[in-house]
Unconditional design. Structure first.
Length: 304
């Protein structure tokens, strides 16, 4: 059993210090052909130290980028490897695989590409067929920043049977419509014939998934952050989301308001907190031989 250490203690122990890590995970660029997209689907992959020789199946977190971002954002701007290495080394989270996919949409089936279908029906099965992950919800989490937070919330609420925990940093889950300064108004996912598709926004925002999610018993613990100087008023919208979910899952929705704006400073500070929260609800690695892992003949992880 991994000993749990709170993030505050973690910081004191040196997460943000210059201490040299004794072990390092591997980050690589990967891709596969997507029938939904009609092109290669790129993703950045973090594998924990010792993955190749461990004979274990791991939990997996899907970490989504923001609007007009790419699969390399979390690795290059978010310092993902440094954070994950230290969280694992200090025992805050167990060794885990982190997948950072690339999308040209807002993680929806938008006007420019069917990103939602490609993620659920192609990426998740691809990861579970090609890497040593446990193909069950208790070993699967989803998180993201801004538009990626919008996507993470929507995936969690739409498919609570797939994800055991979720986190959204400055989530662009705006209700009823995005703020005037949001990039959603000019993003090709939502723009058709030069006009923002309000109906598509309403169909794809979390509010469209609430009734279905609240009508069933399965819950997805959710961690939220937002900066106190966020130019898109993310604190307000995160509080609306929290208030909508909290009666259904008391004590399993947490919001931290951090100093800063809609920036990487906030998202880098959010990442260790979000991973810590999610792994209070997700399981750690298991031996591949174990029946619990079921990696030799995994069941399909996504709806048909």
């Amino acid at each position: 059993m991994i000993r749990k250490i709170g993030v505050t203690t973690l910081l004191l122990l040196g997460l943000l210090s210059g201490a040299t890590a004794s072990a390092s995970g591997q980050v690589s660029e990967q891709r596969f052909h997507s029938e939904h997209l009609g092109r290669d689907y790129p993703y950045t992959l973090y594998l924990p130290e010792g993955y190749a020789v461990s004979n274990q199946a791991y939990p997996v977190v899907y970490l989504l980028h923001g609007s007009f971002g790419s699969e390399s954002d979390w690795a290059l701007k978010g310092r993902l490897r440094r954070t994950a290495d230290r969280l694992i080394r200090l025992g805050v989270i167990p060794p885990a695989i982190i997948v950072m996919p690339g999308s040209q949409s807002w993680w929806i089936d938008g006007h420019n590409e069917p990103a939602r279908s490609a993620f659920l029906q192609e990426l998740v099965p691809h990861i579970e067929e090609n890497w040593h992950v446990v193909p069950d919800r208790e070993w699967r989490g989803v998180a993201g920043l801004s538009a990626g937070g919008f996507g993470a919330v929507n995936f969690a609420l739409s498919y609570p049977g797939l994800f055991g925990a979720a986190a959204a940093f400055s989530p662009a889950s705006y209700h009823p419509l995005p703020p005037d300064n949001s990039s959603a108004w000019r993003h090709p996912a939502f723009v058709r014939d030069g006009e923002f598709d309000t109906a598509l926004w309403e169909r794809t925002n979390y509010t469209a998934h609430l009734d279905g999610y609240l009508s069933q018993e399965l819950v997805v613990p959710l961690y939220l952050t937002a900066g106190d100087r966020d130019r898109l008023n993310a604190v307000h919208h995160a509080r609306l989301l929290k208030s909508a979910l909290e009666p259904h899952q008391l004590g399993q929705v947490h919001l931290d308001v951090l100093p800063g704006g809609h920036t990487w400073r906030v998202w880098r500070a959010s990442l260790p907190r979000g991973l810590d929260f999610m792994f209070r609800h997700l399981q750690g690695p298991v031996p591949i031989e174990s029946e619990d892992a079921r990696v030799e003949d995994p069941e399909p992880a996504t709806p048909g």
